[in-house]
Design a binder for this molecule. Structure first.
Ligand code: BGC
Length: 246
């Protein structure tokens, strides 16, 4: 089955049609800059533009950078405040004229890795982290997801850990990969101590540069890069949509 998967991020809205049997992209990946301010209506219209560019009709899966339960946005750490309590599935379905399913961006990206990536079909405990503007988390065991965790928000230096060691902190503070990785390693120590997964899978933009910082990650859990790299969000969104259609 081919489904449009869309990854809604702070700087770009990216999508492609995905073959949900193989995880392959069936079209080019389209990226449209996220409108600023990224209000619900503006983002919905950008999504419609993406759907139109691909000339797509059918169900759509979206990864969204917030806690999303029952089609409603509940948090707004790195997105416009006006998103809180928005019925995002209804809004996107209405504006695009298609059936749209929305879930947390890290949860869906983790699903892609479990379906086709670094932990394909693995049944043990896995923590997936997506590191970009924020830090998103997804937890899996026995192939099942424990959804809507927010482990990027554990406290470090008096604030959310993502403020200290997301990729945006590296850019904002001009850190070298080594400096950033040493911070991130402290974060990993905390989360792996609390959860002790068999694997930590690193996704997001930073997963493409794994060899630049791998040596500084010294936790006693295997830390591996996502295999679907920065396409995880798109592939996983389509996979999530498929689970909702069954
Ligand atoms: C949000 C999460 C999201 C993560 C990655 C965090 O700031 O709270 O819901 O998964 O950023 O986008």
């Amino acid at each position: 089955m081919e489904i449009l998967g869309v990854d809604i991020g702070g700087s770009g809205i990216k999508g492609a049609i995905v073959d949900t049997e193989t995880g392959e992209l069936k079209t080019e990946r389209i990226r449209i800059p996220t409108p600023q301010p990224a209000t619900p209506q503006a983002v919905a219209e950008t999504l419609k533009q993406l759907v139109d560019q691909l000339n797509y009709k059918g169900p759509i899966g979206c990864g969204f950078p917030a806690r999303v339960i029952g089609g409603v946005v509940l948090t707004a750490a790195n997105i416009d405040e006006s998103w809180i309590d928005v019925e995002v599935e209804k809004l996107f379905s209405k504006v695009t004229g298609q059936e749209v399913y929305v879930a947390n961006d890290a949860d869906v990206a983790g699903l892609a890795e479990l379906s086709f990536g670094a932990v394909k079909d693995y049944r043990g405990p896995v923590l997936f982290l997506t590191v970009g503007t924020g830090i998103g988390s997804a937890l899996f065991i026995n192939g099942q997801m424990y959804p809507n965790t927010e482990l990027g928000h554990i406290k470090m230096k008096g604030d959310s850990a993502e403020k200290y060691c997301a990729d945006s902190a590296r850019e904002r503070e001009g850190l070298t990969h080594e400096e950033w990785a040493k911070r991130f390693n402290k974060y990993l120590k905390k989360v792996t101590f609390l959860l002790q997964p068999d694997f930590v899978v690193m996704g997001g933009g930073i997963s493409k540069k794994f060899e630049k910082y791998q040596e500084y990650l010294t936790v006693n859990t295997k830390v591996i890069p996502a295999r679907t790299l920065n396409l995880a969000g798109i592939i996983g969104a389509a996979m999530y949509c498929k689970t909702k259609l069954k």
